[in-house]
Design a binder for this molecule. Structure first.
Ligand code: FES
Ligand code: MG
Length: 577
């Protein structure tokens, strides 16, 4: 079919005659492909965020093989290509610093190559939003396949949750309940198979969010990474993307305002990570969908938490999968009128139709709406007030009930390091009513808005049996963590937000029911302090860190780069040779 175009964009490369077509085809044939793969079949790019440095994604080559089988079966031509692999556990200063870089490079590679559709292979926290943002800005038919969670951690007969138990083990180590030797052993028990974190942390949350947005196949979020059905569903996604290309079913048709509303409600029902907020805000802006921080509070309020998973609850992703997984949650939301049922998904069908047959096999893990795990209105709340004029968030299910309304003395630290330098001092001037302020940890300030907000309590208080304190920060918190932590304070301290003006000794009031976070300092006094405030010096004069700190947006805007907002489509008018 050389010389014919048949409407597929890949034909501009592989269908070309003469010297350019020869160049495009000939070099591909060094991989052993015969002439027949250029017969006009859709070319499917499989973007893999595989890397041995991103352990949660280290098995994605195997997932890609399953996707390829499906693509061949449906008559497509699959080609796997690398996308920036971002692992939470190793990357400094934080994987979030590179999410936009992944989104930017994957977008460019999807557009620059002869692709008609893409399959997005992700797993670890930032890889799912990064690839979705890329796909949204290119707008070629795309389906996501997340790599699946690890098997439940098991230590001394107990379920151990990734992330969540790191904080617990650290506290046990500090208070002498565990030895260092026991901790070394427990590390291996926590991560005992391929896959991403199996708590309802950010990776599991974003996998569920991708499914609720309609971007991955029903049930795909929860099959464990090592379950044979993970590979079965990956193969099905490979078949399906070929159909999506024929139907021209692009992200812009799937990712509408209604899809985002579905994702926000699903996130509330699963007790998902606060990180979903920044990722969804960024994704929406790629598509020109109007979405604000306040929407997360308003849309989530009528939704009870149905899923009893760590860190807010007891179980893990393997249990969620065996209980029926996200399809059960989506069916229940649809039947309660809490879902836009008609919203189209990658299956080509409406979300409610996809999940109409879903059955629950364990009501301890996925509760009913009538008798929920946690009542409606107790999920992630959006706060505002003179300390966070553009908003802040708090995960209520991770909060100690006695701190939902609290007033206390501010103890201010200009970095997490400043806090850590004194937090183990037995004479530290602190009590459990104080409010720890950790600042300059936002998008520009750190840089990268890392997950440092839930600093451990001062050792002195831990030893006295204190389990929680109010903390306020312009950074993020791991989705696997817990505690009364006000997050994502916007504007951040580094751009002169009011958080930068607080002083030790000021009184801070947190009132979650009233959705407010404020400091008891008059406007005049804040103005006086603002006039005296000096912005931190720009440390980075060149390189990616310069690009990042110059162009990153604030938490309430999604922490994307200002120049990446919007969709740029997939046209490349000019030849390379
Ligand atoms: Fe990769 Fe948690 S560290 S998913
Ligand atoms: Mg995480």
């Amino acid at each position: 079919m050389t010389g014919e175009t048949n409407g597929l964009r890949s034909r501009a490369w592989f269908g070309a005659t003469g010297r350019t077509g020869m160049a495009h085809r000939s070099w591909m044939r060094n991989q052993g492909f015969g002439q027949e793969v250029f017969d006009g079949r859709p070319v499917i790019g499989i973007a893999t965020t595989w890397s041995e440095l991103a352990p949660c994604n280290a098995h994605l080559h195997r997932v890609a093989e399953a996707v390829k089988r499906g693509v061949w079966q449906a008559g497509g031509f699959p080609l796997e290509f690398p996308a920036l692999a971002l692992g939470e556990s190793l990357l400094r200063p934080t994987a979030m610093f590179y999410r936009n870089l992944l989104a930017m490079e994957a977008e460019e590679m999807m557009r620059a190559n002869p692709l008609d559709g893409t399959v997005l292979l992700s797993g670890c926290d930032k890889t799912t939003p990064g690839l979705l943002m890329a796909a949204a800005s290119v707008d070629l038919p795309s389906v996501m396949v997340t790599g699946g969670p690890m098997l439940n951690g098991k230590y001394r007969g107990q379920d151990v949750g990734s992330g969540t138990h790191v904080w617990k083990f650290e506290e046990d180590l500090k208070t002498g309940k565990m030895t260092q030797e026991e901790c070394y052993f427990a590390e291996g028990c926590m991560a005992r198979s391929n896959g991403h974190c199996m708590t309802m942390g950010t990776a599991s949350t974003m996998a569920c969010v991708a499914e609720a947005l309609g971007m991955q196949l029903p049930g795909s979020a929860s099959w464990p990474a090592v379950d044979a059905r993970r590979y079965e569903i990956a193969q099905e996604a490979g078949r399906r993307i070929v159909g999506m290309v024929e139907e021209d079913l692009r992200p812009s048709r799937i990712l509408t305002r209604e899809a985002f509303e579905n994702a926000i409600r699903a996130n509330a029902a699963i007790g998902g990570s606060t990180n979903a907020i920044v990722h969804l805000l960024a994704l929406a802006r790629r598509l020109g969908v109007q979405l604000d921080l306040a929407d997360f509070d308003g849309l989530a309020r009528p939704v009870p938490t149905l899923v009893n998973l760590m860190p807010s609850g007891k179980y893990l992703m393997e249990d969620f999968c065996y209980a029926g997984g996200l399809p059960v949650v989506l069916r229940q939301l649809a039947e309660a009128g809490l879902l836009h049922s008609e919203q189209i998904t990658v299956t080509g069908k409406a979300i409610a139709d996809n999940n109409a047959q879903a059955e629950c096999f364990n009501r301890e893990v996925i509760t009913t709406i009538e008798e929920p795990f946690q009542a409606a209105g107790t999920g992630t709340a959006v706060l505002s007030g003179n300390l966070a004029p553009n908003g802040a968030v708090i995960k209520q299910s991770a909060v100690s009930p006695h701190l939902l309304k609290h007033e206390g003395r501010a103890l201010v630290f200009d970095s997490p390091e400043d806090y850590h330098a004194v937090s183990e001092d037995p004479d530290m001037d602190v009590d459990e009513t104080d409010v720890l302020v950790i600042r300059y940890a936002g998008p520009k300030g750190y840089p990268g808005m890392p997950e440092v907000s839930n600093v451990p309590l001062p050792t002195k208080l831990l030893k006295a049996g204190v389990t929680d304190m109010v903390r306020v920060c312009d950074g993020r918190m791991s989705g696997t963590a817990y505690g009364t932590v006000v997050l994502h304070v916007s504007p951040e301290a580094a751009v002169g937000g009011p958080l930068a003006l607080v002083q030790t000794g000021d009184r801070i009031t947190l009132d979650v029911p009233a959705r407010s976070i404020s400091v008891d300092v008059s406007e005049e006094e804040l103005d006086r302090r603002r006039a005296a405030w000096r912005a931190p010096e720009q440390k980075y004069k060149s390189g990616y860190a310069w690009l990042y700190t110059t162009h990153v947006t604030q938490a309430h805007e999604g922490v994307d780069f200002d120049f990446l907002t919007g969709s740029r489509g997939h046209e490349v008018p000019r030849e390379s040779h």
